[in-house]
Design a protein around this ligand. Structure first.
Ligand code: C5P
Length: 391
């Protein structure tokens, strides 16, 4: 059973649907999960913590400062040690606090300490839900990776939908379990002298989102990143490189036991033939730069493919499908994600992308979506391709 042994924290806030959490906690326990519960003061007024202690089989946290000695660590830290944090029901108040990092009672404090994915079930009056502050808090939390399951009226979804969302989360989180995935991201810089370079455009946002989605699907992820202005994602091994040659070497070190490679990096196609190790003086009115091809990393991996699954990107400005198909065959790939970089909302620097997924026997067009959502689609496609192959 998919929930067996999973560590789940349930944060209950003071919506009048708080009683629903009792049924869900009972269901989680019967499915074999280990459940910890935190309740705000208003949730305690609506429902007895003792009832949830009996249902969950664990002490229920109601205060940040707890002198009972029932917790190994501080309650909010112990609650944050989980595979999934469920917020049920979530009031407008807890969403506002979570969006802004306020930690003034046990549920909000445990959310600030929490690193695990959050599944959030809002429950409130329609006007509170539609309030722009609530909507923008929800948007912010979703951008940070929260999954929100709500009705458009703000009312809590029914028990079956809550259970499906929880099961679906764990199904998704195991899709790439046991697989090693290498993801490349960002641009490469090819040095002319010790201070100047030629390079590509690339923020690394797409590759970082793919690495995070692969990790969320249970894979061991190595992220090989060119020079980007992004912080290392939590729980992912990152190898920082600068040039195409360094990227090739870093990937080669990891390739032996890898199952999947997703090349989202915008690798420079050419580098200066000779990089000098000092700063060139600017005396000349004109200067010529001899350029040579960089290694095509992905094509090289394709030649030693074995049983691995290889995924490439194709940034084009015209004839998208045709070029993508060509790349699939030439580089011996399983999937090419093509984007038209001349389209608004696709490609470099922006937070969204418009992808066309090309495999040997299918072409799928995705609408404009956040790079995070696009990354999840890519991981779903990769998981499908693996399943098809293993059949
Ligand atoms: O041939 P093209 O550069 O358009 O192919 C793009 C795909 O190949 C991307 O996935 C990119 O990361 C990869 N690539 C590579 N090494 C290069 C150039 C591109 O791995 N030198």
């Amino acid at each position: 059973m998919i929930l067996e042994g999973k560590k789940i924290t349930v944060g209950i806030t003071g919506g009048f649907t708080a009683y629903k959490a009792a049924d869900i906690i009972g269901w989680l326990k019967s499915a074999g999960a280990q459940v910890q519960v935190a309740m705000t003061a208003s949730a305690c007024q609506l429902m007895s913590p003792l009832m949830l202690q009996v249902l969950s089989g664990n002490p229920v946290a109601t205060e940040v400062m707890d002198s009972s000695g029932r917790w190994k660590a501080s309650p909010h830290i112990a609650l944050a040690e989980c595979d999934l944090y469920i917020l049920l029901p979530a009031t407008a108040n807890i969403l506002a606090k979570a969006a802004h990092g306020i930690a003034d009672e046990i549920v909000s404090a445990s959310l600030v300490a929490n690193h695990a994915p959050v599944l959030c079930f809002p429950s409130m009056n329609v006007h509170m839900y539609e309030n722009p502050a609530t909507q923008s808090n929800l948007q912010l939390l979703q951008q940070r990776g929260w999954t929100v399951v709500a009705q458009s009226s703000g009312r809590l979804v029914d028990d079956a939908q809550i259970e499906t969302a929880i099961m679906e989360f764990f199904r998704r989180s195991q899709r790439l379990e046991g697989k090693k995935v290498i993801v490349s991201a960002g641009p490469t810089y090819e040095f002319i002298d010790s201070v100047s370079f030629v390079g590509t455009r690339g923020s690394g946002k797409m590759g970082y989102a793919v690495a995070e989605a692969a990790a969320a699907a249970g894979a061991e992820v190595v992220l090989v990143a060119g020079p980007v202005a992004l912080g290392d994602p939590h729980g992912i091994r990152v190898k920082h490189v600068v040039s195409a040659a360094e990227m090739e070497a870093a990937i080669a070190e990891e390739y032996g036991d890898a199952d999947i490679v997703i090349m989202a990096a915008a690798v420079a196609d050419y580098r200066p033939q000779q990089a000098v190790d000092h700063k060139l003086k600017k005396g000349l009115a004109q200067r010529q730069l001899d350029m040579v091809l960089t290694p095509d990393i992905l094509a090289g991996l394709g030649r030693q493919k074995g049983g691995r699954l290889l995924v490439g990107f194709a940034a084009e400005t015209d004839n998208l499908e045709q070029y993508a198909k060509g790349k699939l065959a030439e580089k011996n790939l399983d999937l090419v994600l093509a984007n038209n970089v001349s389209q608004e909302g696709a490609g470099f620097d922006v937070d969204t992308n418009i992808l066309t997924a090309v495999t040997a026997d299918n072409i799928e067009y995705f609408p404009k979506m956040s790079k995070k959502a696009a990354a999840e689609q890519i991981i779903a496609l990769v998981a499908e391709l693996l399943d098809q192959r293993d059949k």
